[in-house]
Ligand binder design. Structure first.
Ligand code: FPP
Length: 235
């Protein structure tokens, strides 16, 4: 057994929180609104989470904005989401610079709308100096594909550390999924090896800074053992 265990790539700069922002569609349907209205309200919820994250000790926030399986949704919904990413990145860029938020995008680029790519590039480079929070947007993202690609690109003897590094992000400390479902849906599978999982019935558009604070509080209340014995038993 190698010595890395799940502790490789621990975040040095605050917690790594990851969020599966689920429930937009149900939130909208419950109000007699089109699903897209739920995504729009979801974008506002994301803005609130980004604003709240640094004060909660979060240094890296990775959010599942569009999975590689989401291409199977009706074309109008997919188009609306792509347009929303475009608008969000353009609209939030200046505020991210001002607040020290570095934006990164993970996932495949080759299937994204051509016009979205320069908007992503500009936002990523304009915010590159942000030191308060790294906001990672997962768009056309599949964790299985990311792991496969990273593994195939490894040089020499494969190790856990090399693979973690090739994946480009730190291990997740806490994974939150809203909307009541309790699964990972191909999100950060390698990085979540030792993540604390928090599932909440709150629909993503209703998710508030206080919900994020509760999740972080719940994370701190748990004892992370990384396969070892409880602290009390080691004393
Ligand atoms: C899952 O809810 C949500 C998505 C597939 C899209 C996530 C997108 C946003 C939160 C929009 C804002 C993001 C950015 C980056 C601007 P769902 O549609 O599966 O909800 P349901 O399970 O209730 O149908």
């Amino acid at each position: 057994m190698t010595k890395s265990s799940g502790m490789s790539q621990r975040t040095s700069n605050g917690l790594h929180a990851a969020i599966i922002m689920d429930g937009n569609g149900r939130w909208a349907s419950a109000r007699g609104l089109p699903r897209v209205a739920g995504h729009r309200a979801g974008a506002e919820a994301l803005r609130r989470a980004v604003e709240a994250a640094p004060d909660l000790g979060i240094g890296v926030l990775t959010v599942y904005a569009f999975s590689s399986d989401n291409w199977r949704r009706p074309q109008p919904e997919v188009s609306a989401l792509m347009k929303m990413f475009h608008i969000y990145l353009r609209r939030e860029q200046a505020k991210c610079v001002e607040k020290g938020v570095r934006v990164s995008v993970i996932g495949r680029r080759d299937r994204l709308p051509r016009l979205l790519l320069p908007v992503i590039d500009e936002c990523v480079s304009a915010t590159a100096q942000g030191g308060k929070l790294n906001l990672r947007l997962a768009i056309d993202y599949s964790s299985r594909d990311a792991i496969l690609d990273a593994a195939l690109a490894l040089k020499g003897k494969p190790t856990r550390e090399k693979l973690s590094e090739a994946l480009g992000g730190p291990d997740v400390d806490v994974l939150i999924r809203t909307g009541g479902e309790q699964r990972l849906s191909d999100f950060l599978l390698w990085e979540c090896a030792y993540a604390e999982l928090i599932f909440t019935p709150v629909m993503w558009p209703d998710f508030k800074a206080s919900d994020l604070a509760s999740a972080v509080g719940e994370f701190h209340s748990r004892e992370r053992r990384f396969g070892a014995l409880p602290r009390a038993a080691l004393a």
